[in-house]
Design a protein around this ligand. Structure first.
Ligand SMILES: Cc1cc2nc3c(=O)[nH]c(=O)nc-3n(C[C@H](O)[C@H](O)[C@H](O)COP(=O)(O)OP(=O)(O)OC[C@H]3O[C@@H](n4cnc5c(N)ncnc54)[C@H](O)[C@@H]3O)c2cc1C
Length: 432
């Protein structure tokens, strides 16, 4: 029997190193550099590669990858423990070579890419010499991919892509985009689409604007609204076969969602740490905030919610490692995905509020975190859709009753109990 909540000492040493390294070397970058994915920016180039080198030397580069792709093959549980530290910093994932969406895109390329595509895109992607984009959502439809309209038509030895995509994160920095497009509109919805690798310098890719979130300036965000106009790519740039778009998408989404959740723990803990520090420092009516019971409730609720969420994430990671089949952990991943924005939102809101006017100001991170919590509810599909998945999966483990009354109907249960033990009880009474 093994059912433990302890980290083995060897790996704990690595986690301690990561904690210190992220806090001292990486977190400062969040305050002075722009976008982590702007990898060619001379300011980023001055510092980030040096830190990446230290991570490689420590053997902690690209820990989401198995040895066949140059990673240590730690599995999801160890990755979860690492990612909850990396989640504290915007730059940490890129410094450790495990940033979304490149992680998922590299998985797709590794699974479905031709040898040429792998050489041209996968190898430099894994080395963070380039970054990538996943271009699926459309302006008129997101949560329901069956409604996508962007199409790819075969013309000789090429595919020709036409349509619009929206919220294609990091397209402005990407060397290639993975694009989902309709290839057979007459097929059943889940067989109607295919996935393509589109080099970013292909003529016809027009970024209409880079949409920002929250307070970001117009056209200075990272989420591209793209028009694909007669974008021609070679026939072998399809990933999987025609009609396999959904199957290919699933390869990346399971891992992507749990990785977001692991990093979110780091973000939430950061808010929580600040909240605790504040209530122990700020005084009102002759005592520190921490002495007020309504404040204590906020601390207690936050701690409980974080612990519950963290355990769910770790258990899910453990199950992924155990089953090595994302289909067997759909319910767990959907539950994690559904719970993530709520915990993030609720803790960040309490932290903001307990900091008073300072909390709502742009001198603290909370309002950004609250926006980010909504992002976590939307990116990779809205919460409602994941709750539906959880409910459907849970209900598969049950069946309805055939009779008029439920199986928990007390009169029937009592009757059954009498039939089972009544005689023994009468005997017992008779012996008294
Ligand atoms: C910061 C950010 C980054 C993103 N990055 C990418 C990216 O890189 N690539 C990419 O392709 N996409 C990306 N997305 C898009 C994301 O996947 C979509 O926003 C998401 O799938 C929801 O689609 P939508 O925005 O069109 O919302 P809609 O589909 O219009 O849904 C709006 C709302 O309707 C409700 N709703 C929807 N469906 C249901 C349902 N079945 N039951 C009950 N209620 C429902 C929910 O409340 C939902 O929030 C990103 C989004 C954000 C915010």
């Amino acid at each position: 029997m093994s059912w433990g909540f302890e980290t083995e000492p060897e790996f704990q040493k690595e986690l301690d190193w990561i904690t210190e390294f992220v806090r001292d070397e990486v977190e400062p970058l969040d305050h002075i550099l722009g976008n982590p994915y702007d990898i060619q920016n001379p300011r980023n180039r001055k510092i980030v590669p040096k830190l990446q080198k230290q991570v490689r030397q420590r053997g902690l580069w690209a820990c989401h990858l198995g040895p066949e792709l140059g990673g240590p093959g730690y599995g999801q549980l160890k990755l979860a423990l690492m990612n909850e530290i990396l989640g504290r910093s915007r730059f940490a994932s890129i410094v450790f070579g495990c940033q979304a969406p490149d992680t998922g895109n590299s998985e797709i390329l590794a699974h479905y890419g031709s040898p040429e595509l792998k050489e041209r895109f996968l190898t430099p992607l894994l080395n963070n010499e380039i970054v990538s984009c996943f271009s699926m959502t459309e302006p008129h439809a997101g949560a329901d991919p069956k409604m996508f309209k962007c199409k790819a038509e075969r013309d000789g030895d090429q595919w020709v892509i036409n349509g619009q995509k929206w919220f294609s994160s990091n397209a402005r920095w990407a060397s290639f985009l993975i694009v989902m497009a309709v290839t057979d509109p007459d097929a059943a919805p889940y067989q109607s689409m295919s996935m393509f690798v589109v080099p970013a310098d292909t003529p016809g890719i027009n970024i209409i604007r880079n949409v920002g979130i929250g307070e970001e300036s117009e056209d200075e965000g990272d989420h591209a609204y793209i028009s694909y106009e007669d974008v021609r790519i070679p026939a072998d740039h399809i990933l999987g076969g025609p009609g396999q778009g959904f199957e290919v998408a699933q390869t990346r989404l399971g891992g992507g969602r749990i990785h977001h959740a692991m990093r979110t723990i780091g973000q939430v803990k950061k808010s929580f740490d600040l909240m605790c520090e504040r209530v122990l420092s700020r005084e009102t009516q002759g005592e520190i905030l921490a002495n007020k019971q309504m404040v204590q409730e906020k601390i207690a609720d936050s701690w409980i919610e974080i612990e519950q969420f963290r355990l769910l994430v770790l258990q899910t990671a453990w199950r992924i490692d155990k089953y090595k089949d994302y289909r067997k952990v759909r319910k767990d991943i959907a539950a994690v995905k559904a719970q993530m924005p709520k915990v993030f939102h609720d803790v960040a809101c309490r932290a903001l509020y307990l900091h008073g006017s300072l909390g709502v100001s742009n001198e603290m991170p909370f309002s950004k975190q609250i926006t980010e919590s909504f992002v976590m509810g939307l990116a990779d599909g809205p919460t409602e859709v994941h709750k539906v998945t959880v409910a459907r999966q849970v209900l598969r483990e049950y069946e309805g009753t055939k009779g008029l009354f439920p199986t928990g109907h007390l009169p029937a249960l009592r009757e059954q109990a009498i039939q089972k033990y009544g005689e023994m009880l009468e005997l017992a009474v008779g012996n008294l």
